[in-house]
Design a protein around this ligand. Structure first.
Ligand SMILES: *[C@@H]1O[C@H](CO)[C@@H](O)[C@H](O)[C@H]1NC(C)=O
Ligand SMILES: *[C@@H]1O[C@H](CO)[C@@H](O)[C@H](O)[C@H]1NC(C)=O
Ligand SMILES: *[C@@H]1O[C@H](CO)[C@@H](O)[C@H](O)[C@H]1NC(C)=O
Ligand SMILES: *[C@@H]1O[C@H](CO)[C@@H](O)[C@H](O)[C@H]1NC(C)=O
Ligand SMILES: *[C@@H]1O[C@H](CO)[C@@H](O)[C@H](O)[C@H]1NC(C)=O
Ligand SMILES: *[C@@H]1O[C@H](CO)[C@@H](O)[C@H](O)[C@H]1NC(C)=O
Ligand SMILES: *[C@@H]1O[C@H](CO)[C@@H](O)[C@H](O)[C@H]1NC(C)=O
Length: 450
């Protein structure tokens, strides 16, 4: 599914690229030969959702020729019967970037009159959710906020840092990078700030379409301290591949630090919280055991430390650490093999069949004959047979994979009373493999079937 989505996305991108390429070529030829004028009301830079009127004035209106407008390659028909010069209405026009070309079409030729680009944009939303943070050791305070919906045009932020009585300390200006959802963070040097004084911070966002001011944000440098960013120094996957132990350290000397972990697989775009158990969590270094992992998967881990907020049940947390990546090992079989017996020709003999391969990675089956632990090793998953001495009361069988050995499945071989098949039930598992043990009886009276 994800591959399909990616393919759709890239094919859409290709289509857009091809359309844009065709347009560039058309616009290029336009520069060489312009046969009139295209104008847009109210303007080529317009408020998204407005009604645009496009006027196309060719130098000459010829009989039998008709004007048409192409917007990103699609033809729009003229709203008026009089078609030279022509007026085209683009109602509730919402495309942030488009190319328009006016064409003069005759019975057997078509010519470009003029063209141009349209840029749609929006006024900035009110900047919200302002936060300012610093660590104890850092020289800077980092302030960030949410800018609301995309404006599609260059938006500038004037940030005024004032004392509480209104005197301005600094004015910062940041130009918005349109590609980012949250605005670029602002870095304030701690040198301009006194530790114990309250400051007021106001953001004014503005662009071609308007401006918008945030509510004032008041902070005091000593109250915005977050824990130092920790480091993951080692990662070790457990034997069963479902857990990993992260070893971390931090230069933060605060007490009561708690750790917090997030992870994602190689292909997943977003982070998930994992089941984890911190060990030594109130020290400034420790171990975290992350569980619920899948075998043979590439993981990326990050962690942060958090400390309890004064007077509230909330926590304030450090920045996420740098990522540490690792691949979980394969998982050995944890379930017993599914074993039963069938009857074959006379002879004291035990045939073992592999009914199902163990996820393609079973290398061997090991057979233990009776209590004296005499072993036979069957290589490969195919059917094999093992001679079983008459005095053997039971055998047990395990599957051996690259990553571990299954617990032994015991097959009793006692010949007492009516012989019923012995079926060892499995707990529900993704994969159950089975070994078919068929054996025969020297006494002809004791034939039985499954
Ligand atoms: C755009 O035109 C439509 C239809 O003529 C009209 O209903 C709408 O109010 C207009 N919008 C604006 C912003 O003028
Ligand atoms: C600010 O945070 C609130 C709560 O998380 C959220 O609902 C709101 O959309 C945020 N504001 C902006 C402009 O993103
Ligand atoms: C932003 O700051 C610049 C430079 O200081 C100033 O010229 C401009 O008027 C300010 N804009 C707004 C909307 O406050
Ligand atoms: C505001 O406070 C600063 C320092 O405390 C002082 O220098 C400045 O004169 C004050 N401004 C006003 C308008 O009171
Ligand atoms: C985080 O909590 C500590 C201890 O309660 C407090 O000193 C600090 O100011 C808090 N930081 C923020 C950003 O709230
Ligand atoms: C791996 O297994 C061995 C032996 O069973 C055990 O001693 C060791 O503690 C295990 N290691 C982990 C990380 O679980
Ligand atoms: C289960 O076994 C089948 C083949 O028998 C294999 O294709 C599949 O990948 C296995 N699943 C797991 C989780 O090992």
């Amino acid at each position: 599914m994800r591959i399909n989505a990616a393919m759709n996305l890239s094919s859409t991108l290709w289509r857009i690229l091809i359309v844009l390429l065709c347009f560039s070529i058309k616009l290029y030829s336009l520069q060489i030969k312009r046969r009139g004028l295209l104008t847009v009301k109210p303007a080529k830079l317009f408020l998204i959702g407005s009604n645009l009127t496009v006027y196309c004035h060719p130098e000459k209106c010829k009989n039998g020729f008709k004007l048409s407008l192409e917007v990103n390659g699609e033809t729009v028909t003229s709203s008026e019967e009089v078609n030279c010069p022509a007026i085209f209405n683009l109602i509730n026009f919402r495309t942030p970037f488009s190319s328009v070309i006016c064409m003069l079409k005759g019975p057997d030729s078509s010519k470009i009159v003029d063209g141009g680009d349209l840029y749609g944009g929006l006024p900035p939303d009110k900047p919200e959710n302002i936060t300012c943070e610093r660590t104890r050791s850092s020289d800077n305070i980092i302030c960030s906020w949410e800018k609301g919906q995309k404006t599609h045009v260059i938006t500038t932020y004037n940030i005024s840092l004032n004392r509480e009585n209104g005197t301005r300390v600094e004015l910062y200006q940041i130009q918005d990078d349109e590609q980012r959802v949250s605005a670029n963070p602002l870095t304030i040097s701690r040198a301009v700030i006194e530790e114990n004084i309250k400051y007021k911070f106001i953001i004014t966002a503005y662009n071609h379409f308007g401006e918008s001011q945030s509510d004032p944000f008041i902070f005091c440098s000593k109250d915005i301290v977050i824990p130092e960013t920790p480091r993951i120094v080692n990662i070790e996957f457990g034997n069963n591949s479902q857990a990993a132990v992260l070893q971390w350290e931090t230069s933060d000397s605060s007490e009561h630090l708690r750790s917090d972990v997030r992870l994602r697989t190689d292909k997943a775009p977003s982070w998930v919280k994992s089941n984890y158990k911190a060990e030594g969590a109130d020290l400034n270094e420790g171990q975290i055991r992350v569980s619920g992992l899948r075998p043979l998967t590439d993981y990326e881990f990050q962690m942060r430390t958090c400390m309890p907020h004064t007077n509230t049940p909330r926590f304030n947390c450090s920045k996420w650490s740098a990522s540490v990546r690792g691949r979980s090992p394969g998982k050995g079989p944890s379930q017993q093999l599914h074993v039963w017996r069938t009857v074959r020709q006379p002879g004291v003999k035990c045939d073992c069949f592999v009914e199902e391969d163990y996820s393609g990675v079973v290398q061997q089956y090991k057979i233990f004959l009776g209590n004296e632990q005499k072993q036979e090793v069957l290589s490969g998953p195919a059917s094999s047979s093992v001679p079983v001495p008459a005095e053997i009361k039971a055998i047990s069988i395990s599957a051996i994979t690259l990553y571990g050995t299954s617990p032994p499945a015991v097959v009793p071989l006692k010949h007492s009373g009516g012989f019923a098949p012995v079926l060892r039930e499995l707990a529900p598992a993704a994969n159950s493999s089975a070994v078919l043990v068929s054996w025969t009886w020297t006494d002809d009276k004791h034939w039985f079937h499954i």
